[in-house]
Write a protein that binds this ligand. Sequence first.
Ligand code: DD4
Length: 329
Amino acid sequence: SGSGTVTATPESQDVEYLAPISIGGQSIVMDFDSGSSDLWVFSTQLSATAQKGHTNFDTTKSTTFKTMTGAAFSISYGDGSGAAGTVGTDTVNIGGATVTGQAIEVATAVSSSFVSDTNSNGLVGLAFSKLNTVSPTQQKTFFDNAMATLAQPVFTADLRKGAVGSYEFGNIDSTKFNGSLSWAAVNTTTGFWQFSNSKFSVGTGATTATDGTQAIADTGTTLMLASSAIVTAYYSQVSGAANDASAGGITFPCTATLPDLNVDVGGNYMALVRGDDINYAPVDSTGTTCFGGLQATTNDPQIWGDIMFKSQFVAFNGGNNSIGMAPHQ
Ligand SMILES: Cc1ccc(-c2noc([C@H]3C[C@@H](O)CN3)n2)cc1F
């Protein structure tokens, strides 16, 4: 009910953005992921090794937790990591926006990359509920459950490069972006916040058609994974840029000047991704070579992650299935 705002704090190198939620009165820091649809949490039912360094949800300490008999979940992410376990319901409060009876996926097994990521204690999936992995009865996301009682059926992501931003439910704070939001229709068939991308331009260069693959807005992906048409054209304007097998992608001299990238969202709006945001991070401590925040993917849809969110304030409207963007204030 109501609306709620939580801080979105970047992990080192802005790998992901973490926000605090309350599950059954237990405060737990989670990774908010608009590219998946499970709310799963580290728990006291994990091995002691897996629990080490994490905040572990204890179902026995929540007076409102109810077991969902016979239910289970198992999820894997784009990078091959994953989690699995059992399911119950509990009250979830995110900055004041509250859902009772939210499906809580209680991890009994998690992959090593989650164990070592001790700042994160699970994920809050914010894509469409059709992607939820609970069986035998698929469950709804927090946002899906909250929508009817939120002041507006929306949530927003205000993610910042190397700084604290926010996630907000139920309200669009117009002090956080410049001008007005441009809205694009969302193609809900895949379950992602997916939209068309038909053209782009690099810096002040000519606008060029893309290969027409769509894109998703994915807060759970660190970089901006775009079609090769965009990526090739972009880095052709960056002296010293090249694919660097040892770094695992395109790198360039840290002294390189990076142009802005303009990418079309939904046919009407050219979203500007600042060149400065495309300089992701040095590949090593010498600070000589830097890793590109824009990398190529053959995946369809393209996966536009945090690099895009650092330049654009994004609103997700579950009432009319649209996505709104504007440059940050
Ligand atoms: C250790 C770890 C691994 C992966 C992820 C992860 N979270 O969201 C995503 C992207 C990719 C797609 O799967 C949906 N959104 N990936 C988070 C982690 F903390």
